[in-house]
Design a protein around this ligand. Sequence first.
Ligand SMILES: *Cc1c(COP(=O)(O)O)cnc(C)c1O
Length: 428
Amino acid sequence: MQTSSLSARDQEVIWHPYTQMQTAPAPIGIVRGEGALLFDEDNNSYIDATSSWWVNIHGHAHPHIAQQLAAQALQLQHCIFAGYTHPPAVNLAERLLQILPAGQRRVFYSDNGSTAVEVALKMALQYWDNKGLRKQKILAFKNAYHGDTFGAMSVSQRSVFTRVFDDFLFEVHFLDVPTPDNVTDIMAHIEALQTEQIAAFIFEPLLQGAGGMIMYDRAGFEQLLQYCRAKDILLIADEVMTGFGRTGTNFAMEQVSVQPDMICLSKGLTGGSMALGITTCTAAIYDAFLSNDKLKTLFHGHSFTANPLACSVALASLDLFTDPACKTNRTRINGLHTRFLETLQASPLIKNARLLGTILAFEITTPNADGYTNNLADELHRFFKARRIMLRPLGNTLYILPPYCITDEQLEQVYDSIRTLLVQLQTS
Ligand SMILES: *Cc1c(COP(=O)(O)O)cnc(C)c1O
């Protein structure tokens, strides 16, 4: 497997993301996918227990998505999106606005999660500028992750990932994540920043993904949003990972009573099959850009804005997502996770086992298990890879975040591998 031609050829020419190329093991060449399984060059199957970086929701190589893509490719593959439009972009915007939390009225297309965040930040800052107000402070949560481009890095937690660039990132005020008893302190923190100068608060609703699958207090979160709303601070919900059913509801923001001014979407948007980003906003945001003054225009776009192929697969994914079978699958996974959670909670080697929708997460406690760069993460990754299960820990945090089509048997295999890990850790 390690000497296979694809893997070997890769090592001559490719530079992989987040990878120390000198020490990383050779990548596994994946040639085919089906449902929750991926197959390597030697036809070994791997269970994709983390949805290929949290993007895949309906399974790999889904025929409906493939058919829609093929049909669209014979019709129109790409077209400039300023001054021109096309059916997939309009159809997708219409259908998305119907299922998004109330109040969202406009769809702005880009390419990925980071660009969806960049667009939201620009919209927020220019919204105030267009209104003739000077509001330039931005709030985000500690541990936040909003992407790897400079604006998105700026609103993310400073870390070993951003260290080299920290001097180039703009200033952001980082708030504690809500717990049942710190909301008063967080509000005091915001108050001290002079709320009339704050443009926006960007957050991952209910769950911080890359920060370590941190689930936070819903009531406190809601109270915080209410406070920001009362202070005229724009609310940007980054639903790039929580969107499309991950947290139980279609979108995480459905679980709180305050609705955001903007929503960022990507990852599950195309069912995980193509790159596409979306930033939606309310009528109030949109209207502030309407003017005879050209300087009030949102001057932002990308070559592949609203690519028809990407929009068509997003539409195909929506067909599958809005089918009641999808919800049934999510409930089924949540039920199985709930039972396994008890096993985890009973283990002395595990702390902080938690569950939200289809996401089950926990920390492994060993003497030197701390931080993203520890060796435990590499060891765990190796352990699961050897068992042909794709689980990639975030530091000492392990999580299962499967495609919704994963079968009971496949999920049990994932649980079994974790049980085996716990036995090994116990005896080592
Ligand atoms: C992954 C992620 C992003 C960045 O999306 P990319 O498509 O990787 O640029 C932004 N926000 C959240 C919450 C994410 O999980």
